[in-house]
Design a protein around this ligand. Sequence first.
Ligand code: UDP
Length: 234
Amino acid sequence: MEKTVVLYEGKAKKAYGTSNPRVIWMEFKDTATAFDGVKKGSIQDKGRINAALSAHLFGVLERAGIPTHFIERADERSLLVRNLKMFPVEVVVRNAAAGSIEKRYGLEHGTRFRKPLLEYFLKNDSLHDPMLNRQHVVVLGYMPERKLARAEELALKVNTVLSRYMKRRGFFLVDFKLEFGEQSGRVYLGDEISPDTCRIWDAGTGEIMDKDRFRLDLGAVEEHYEEVLRRLTA
Ligand code: UDP
């Protein structure tokens, strides 16, 4: 299958049409942004690494019964995925305190939560992705209640499956962001699963393995992304 016209271009990915209107070509870029787009840069080979890791982890999730948009690898940095109608909501799942929640509630870095914590954010750059509660999601019309309930059920299942998968490979899954969409009335997990969208710490040393290396200028970003890919696909 070949890519056709550009459908949209985001900060980390570019979507193309294909000959099948139900399928899109999702290309992963090397560009990286952080802090609401203020920090910009690129991470060498990130597109290839995130495409490979997303494909692999979507496969892991599919085998655990979670419907994802993933169909197959298209090339080194691209996937063929279902053309979903995306909900404009970012679903964040947290197992421990890091990033925005740390500052918002004054939590100690790394505090483990008694159970996974779900948060919702509106996907809207000009509004700086404001946080939503379940009422906002439903009453403001971003997702119907039944679809939200399904997305929550899937998000918690993704957390169970990925946390266990990563633990066996020596990582602690701190938090991650998911996006959902629908096709023919069915809810699917979309977007990507990569060190750009997850916080991953080495379970033994606590070493940061994810995009926080770019955000915080910790160095050796590519090497750590590559290490995550290597250990998670071994
Ligand atoms: N995240 C993301 N895209 C966003 C915002 C957050 O992929 O637009 C991910 C982020 O990498 C982390 C989790 O969601 O794994 C929680 O992020 P947080 O709310 O702490 O925001 P941050 O402080 O990282 O901007």
